[in-house]
Design a protein around this ligand. Structure first.
Ligand code: FES
Ligand SMILES: [Fe+2]
Length: 459
């Protein structure tokens, strides 16, 4: 069965390829090539070769299917692209961005917890920082310069140069394991942030010439930064997934989303097992728009998802980890025919990292979810998927694509909801209470609070 999404992807792919082909054909046929003249004369005599065109379309469709099944997925959705679609007439604004800003401004915020918890957060994917490259990254309302030295190690510093404030990630040059500012050429060492060269002074370098360095660690395909409102050293680490490090599992793709909600809403989803059995039951063929997924459709209703979950906190010294065990099956013919049975073990590691371990009959894999607050109520969420060789590439693509579709349903809820510090819960919602108690360990005395004045919403 082809979903609307697949059909639109296919249409897009065919359109792009056809546009390229048409351009090329135009060039060839309008030129003075002898063979193009021959082809035109041939078509004038014998008509259009429809069977050749049919082969051409078939080849395009096969190429598309191959692309869909075997190329690692890269699904990037911007803030305005997912989770809206319900902006009523009373929302003013000329364009979608303005209308979203208005919805966000009018939305009741509730009694929010602090906005930047303490812990490890992914600030960029490893593959996006090459050797001797510097990248500007936003997280926790800060701008950072992330660079990979010539010894391949990644360093993270404040982006703004302490000299006169240039952004060193914009035009800065990596020299050895240092970063040179583009404005006056001051050179800062990645390992401790100290300035080691001022090219035009005869005097000694002032001791205070130093840029703030963020504690960072590269792991499982991401660069993580330790954020702690009290300035404490890391108290725990993100566990290494050995199959990624030793290469026995392959990279299968990524998804990237931005959304407008408090960070705590996203991991709370794991403890909210009741929502699985409602929001995520309609099959992915029904898409991610909440206005349509519950509408009756006899064909699409034949497929559905079934969920069952248990959430619990680990004991010391791993109390920063919570486990969610989920049984998921995807069934056809109204639930009678189960085509996919999966046990998913999700580890919530601190406030912003989840490892979802999949085990299926065709192999195993891990989906890594990282949530990073860019600003108080705006999160950047990246998923990367790795799987064993037997976890066939098309199947991996299907899993990642399905996960993204389900996640986009949550985004539509998060983008529009209020945070309730005292929700109205029933006994079956007990994991939510436990989750909030557990998550509060990532806030401390100086954790920044939400301020209506400070928040900016420019994109
Ligand atoms: S602003 Fe960076 S060297 Fe002057
Ligand atoms: Fe969800």
């Amino acid at each position: 069965m082809l979903t609307d999404n697949v059909v639109s992807l296919l249409a897009d792919y065919l359109h792009k390829t056809a546009t390229n082909m048409t351009g090329t054909m135009d060039q060839l046929f309008s030129g003075h090539h002898t063979w193009s003249r021959v082809a035109r004369e041939h078509m004038a005599q014998h008509g259009v070769p429809w069977h050749l065109m049919a082969y051409f379309v078939l080849a395009l469709v096969l190429a598309f299917v191959y692309h869909l099944a075997f190329t690692p997925l890269n699904r990037v959705r911007d803030l305005t692209e997912v989770g809206w679609g319900c902006l009523g007439d009373d929302v003013v604004g000329k364009n979608l961005g303005e209308r979203i800003r208005e919805v966000h401004r009018l939305r009741k915020k509730g009694n929010l917890p602090p906005v930047y918890p303490n812990g490890w957060f992914a600030i960029i994917e490893s593959r996006k920082v090459a050797v001797a490259q510097v990248v500007s990254v936003q997280a926790f309302g800060e701008t950072m310069a992330v660079f990979r030295g010539e010894d391949r190690l990644v360093h993270v510093t404040d982006a703004y140069c302490p000299h006169i404030g240039a952004n060193m990630a914009v035009g800065g040059v990596v020299k050895g394991n240092c970063l040179e500012c583009p404005f006056h050429g001051w050179l800062f060492r990645g390992t401790d942030g100290a300035c080691v060269n001022i090219p035009y002074t005869a005097k000694a370098i002032p001791k205070t010439a130093k840029v703030k360095r963020w504690e960072s660690r590269e792991m499982n395909g991401f660069v993580f930064v330790w954020h702690d409102a009290e300035g404490r050293e890391p108290e725990w680490q993100v566990p290494e997934v050995h199959q990624i490090t030793n290469g026995s599992w392959s990279y299968r793709g990524r998804t990237q989303h931005h959304l407008l909600a408090h960070i705590q809403e996203i991991p709370e989803n794991g403890a909210d097992v009741a929502h699985l059995a409602h929001l995520h039951v309609p099959s992915i063929f029904k898409g991610a728009d909440l206005r349509h997924i519950f509408a009756h459709s006899w064909l699409q209703d034949l497929a559905k998802h079934n969920w069952n979950g248990e959430w619990q906190v680990r004991a010391e010294p791993e109390s920063h980890i919570a486990d969610l065990a989920v049984k998921h099956s995807f069934s056809l013919l109204g639930g009678k025919f189960k085509v996919l049975n999966m046990t998913v073990r999700a580890e919530q590691i601190g406030p912003g990292v989840v490892h979802l371990h999949f085990n299926t009959a065709v192999g195993s894999g891990v989906l890594i979810q990282t949530v990073t607050p860019v600003e108080p109520l705006r999160q950047r969420v990246i998923h990367q998927f790795y799987s064993s060789r037997f976890f066939l590439a098309p199947f991996s693509n299907f899993v990642l694509h399905s996960e993204a579709r389900h996640f986009e349903r949550d985004i539509m809820v998060w983008n529009n909801k209020q945070y309730l510090s005292q929700p109205l819960l029933v006994a079956e919602d007990r994991f939510i209470v436990r989750f909030r108690r557990w998550y509060s360990q990532f806030y401390s005395e100086n954790s920044p609070k939400f301020s209506f004045q400070k928040e900016s919403l420019d994109w």
